[in-house]
Design a protein around this ligand. Sequence first.
Ligand code: FAD
Length: 415
Amino acid sequence: MKEQEKNNKPILVIGGGISGITAAVEIAEVGHEVILIEKEAYLGGHVVKMNNYFPKLCPPACGLEINFRRIRQNTRIEVMISTELVALSGEKGDFQASLRTSPLYVKNTCTACRKCVDVCPEERPDDFNYGFGSTKAIYLPHDMAFPMKYSIDDRYCKKENCNKCVEICEYEAIDLFAKEEMREVEVSTVILATGWENYNAGLLDKLHYNEFKNVVTNVEFERLLAPGGPGKGRLLRPSDQKEPKDIVFVQCAGSRDENHLPYCSAVCCPASLKHALTCQERYPGSRIRIFYIDLRVTGRNEDFLKRVEENKNIELVKGKVASIEEIPGSQNLRIEAENTMNAKKIQVETELVVLATGIVPNQPAIEMKTSRYNFMFGEQKNGVYAIACGKKPMDVSSSVKDATASALKAIQTLR
Ligand SMILES: Cc1cc2nc3c(=O)[nH]c(=O)nc-3n(C[C@H](O)[C@H](O)[C@H](O)COP(=O)(O)OP(=O)(O)OC[C@H]3O[C@@H](n4cnc5c(N)ncnc54)[C@H](O)[C@@H]3O)c2cc1C
């Protein structure tokens, strides 16, 4: 194949979080075609689910809106949502990728009038809010969804046995018989921006995440705080929807532990400091305690730690949490820890516990070269590059820099 032909093929970016979006827009703005695929029905990954992000504590719209605009304005980027990579073969400049798109059941003629939502009788757990609350079976994933596309959850929809959404839709936008579609594409280079998942807190026996309603993870806490979350901006604890005035954060929940995640996820400490400051802003005078082994914050986040240390309502306790028990009746929680400064046992009672669980890398469903902790190696083969949290835990700023570097690498590979 001639070099010129190879260079004209699009670059495939897998994963539409902040890293994949960044790589896609940087590549397209240089003049190359890009196909950006995302397995969910919306772009933004974990960042779009955050209440705010450090170091500036701005809302996720800050970084994302500008990128969505760059995508809208650039005809060189093709976005495929609800799409995953199934197979990849070939070599640098000449890859063949098989892509599978799951049906959303709602066509592009949808005007987002919401009449279908009003008549839909079926409910489903709101997975955008980690199951806190529910949506109708036909739903918009979240208020800021980009692209703004409704979809139907076929695990809950009664399809033609109900048909109410089809009947009410004036634009004939609903196709209950839509099928999965396969597409083969020829691409020159592949960027894997598949990001991360939260460690499964249910595996931490003594912390009883699955049993006690008021024990939540740090990613769930982001949604509990968020304006579009279950409390619509009010922090409500799951058991009784009361606003907790006493919260304990458990750092390294499963992290730096040979039985769970032996590594440090780098973002959990600044995330909990951010949560503590946000709670203080929202509920001045509430009591926050952060139990930690080491507090690991670097760069601009040092200033963040200083702000926490100066706040008299936030207590940093150097102690490893050994167990959590639920107090019958109140559903408050009793925490037992060992203060590592004086070896004394500590028992405290609180209304809500937040587990700072770490990051586990995602991988596409094809064979990958990985390190012993399952993170992907950056260069998988000539022309296939893993980036950001798929390679190692990173905050947004580092992920964006890594994504920009990968865009340059992908372009260099072609020239
Ligand atoms: C509790 C918590 C709070 C945090 N707070 C902050 C903060 O305040 N500030 C900050 O800088 N950082 C923060 N971080 C870190 C931040 O979340 C990451 O840096 C960021 O999410 C990295 O973006 P990403 O695009 O690489 O990955 P992700 O956000 O995980 O996005 C990956 C995308 O790829 C998609 N995907 C996955 N697999 C496939 C596949 N096979 N095919 C197609 N698509 C796929 C996913 O659906 C997702 O949309 C926090 C992390 C945690 C755990």
